[in-house]
Write a protein that binds this ligand. Sequence first.
Ligand SMILES: Nc1ncnc2c1ncn2[C@@H]1O[C@H](COP(=O)(O)OP(=O)(O)O)[C@@H](O)[C@H]1O
Ligand SMILES: [Mg+2]
Length: 271
Amino acid sequence: MHVKIQHVSKTYASGGGYAVKALDNISLTIENSEFVCLLGPSGCGKSTLLKLIAGIESSSSGSVQVGGAHMSGPSPERGFVFQEHALFPWLNVRDNISFGLDMKRLDRKTKKNTVNDYLRLLGLEKAARLYPKQLSGGMSQRVAIARALCLNPRLLLLDEPFAALDAILRQKMQEEMVRIWRRENKSFILVTHDVEEAIYLADRIIIMTPGPGTIKDNIPVSLPRPRIRTEAGFIQLRGKILRLLQSDEPETGDLLPLACITNERLKPVLN
Ligand SMILES: Nc1ncnc2c1ncn2[C@@H]1O[C@H](COP(=O)(O)OP(=O)(O)O)[C@@H](O)[C@H]1O
Ligand SMILES: [Mg+2]
């Protein structure tokens, strides 16, 4: 699914008469079937950008287009997997995955086949009858991904989906993510603050910096897949990206009085 973001800024009103400029003048295009990672430190607006593309937040200025149409709110064409896997504790794995499908008018057999397909794709067949409290973090995240995918979105948005997993499981999930992306032929946008994760997964890495959130660089990754973390090209790219990120000392000046943002041209007073 094609995504076109042009000159987008986003300011949140926060407590005490202050506002936070989370994104400043972001322009970005994502192609059909592309795997893009948004990479940057905490607070640089990665989640905000993902929510704008999902349609669950609206921009303060600029334009967001998905599939050639201007953003008009959330749509089943765009699946979202949150950092905290929000599963329904009272439903088992199978029912958590099929939950969204209940809204679609599918016959029972098609529905069952679809859920079976995604249980298989995510390696969850044996866990189908378990409840969320019986699952490990990795399993829960697989359920969240299966639930988003079985609605057949054209674009899958993932917000730090593996952040809570240990290193070994995280690598395994990254490998599976590439396999799933290749099978599904959809655009994936994945947020991470882990440089290796971004290089392992992405066709293109968007490097973001905070205070306020901007795009610092746009790096195509041409390494062949499956990528090998110990290969020279991988290590070289990791060094390059780390240097780019480290050249940005985090700024604290992203708070500005609300009065200052009523006119878009006014600059943040503390920057
Ligand atoms: N709902 C909100 N209300 C007020 N400020 C917010 C809200 N969401 C995010 N922010 C602020 O916007 C900035 C970017 O946040 P976020 O998009 O969550 O960054 P990231 O995902 O890169 O950590 C931060 O300064 C954060 O505190
Ligand atoms: Mg975030």
